[in-house]
Design a protein around this ligand. Structure first.
Ligand code: IMP
Ligand code: MG
Length: 179
């Protein structure tokens, strides 16, 4: 597996994001909404890097199947049943690729009439964007490569890798990750 981002690099960035979020949400009713399954590791680390009281809820979208390219159709499979109305919701995503999933999840969450709604994503692939979605708290921008590890999978595998690796697509070499 070709490494893209080491566990140490990820941890340092997650720590920075945690401090920024804690500063911005001081005194608010912060609820992290973890996008299953891929964001479970990021959410666990981010939540512990945010040094203020918060709650964690879960939502699930599916668009991929086992392919490396989005099917285009996003199904929302679960949403937490605890009331989210009036809370400060921060959707936590692993990666914004075409932007369809995050857009759909934000729509579903907006219907809960939160006091505020923002998006945190560990990764963003601008080269693949189809729907524009602003990422309020972004870990890293990466190129057009399929990544696994740190919660992210290919056909269900590799979620437990502590670092981010690249699964080679048929075309082209991987590019450098950048902030
Ligand atoms: P989008 O709807 O195309 O933005 O895709 C978002 C979802 O697709 C992410 O939450 C991931 O679950 C999955 N995904 C997109 N790119 C990758 C990748 O490189 N590795 C693993 N999963 C990915
Ligand atoms: Mg996902």
């Amino acid at each position: 597996m070709e490494p893209l981002l080491s566990a140490e690099t990820i941890a340092a960035r997650v720590g920075e994001l945690g401090r920024e979020i804690a500063h911005d949400y001081q005194g608010r009713d912060l609820v992290l909404v973890c996008s299953l399954k891929g964001a479970f590791v990021f959410t666990a680390d981010l939540a512990r890097a945010i040094g203020i009281p918060l709650r964690i809820e879960f939502i699930r979208a599916e668009s991929y199947g086992d392919a490396m390219d989005s099917s285009g159709e996003v199904r929302i499979r679960e949403v937490t049943d605890r009331a989210l109305d009036g809370c400060d919701l921060l959707l936590v995503e692993d990666i914004v690729d075409t932007g369809r999933t995050a857009t759909r999840l934000l729509e579903v969450l907006r219907a809960h009439k939160p006091a505020s709604l923002k998006l945190a994503s560990l990764l963003y692939k601008p080269s693949r964007q189809i729907v524009s979605v602003p990422v309020d708290y972004l870990g890293f921008t990466i190129g057009d490569e399929f990544v696994v590890g740190y919660g992210m999978d290919h056909a269900g595998w590799h979620r437990n890798l502590p670092y981010l690796g690249v699964v080679q697509r048929p075309s082209g070499p991987p590019t450098e990750a950048r902030r």
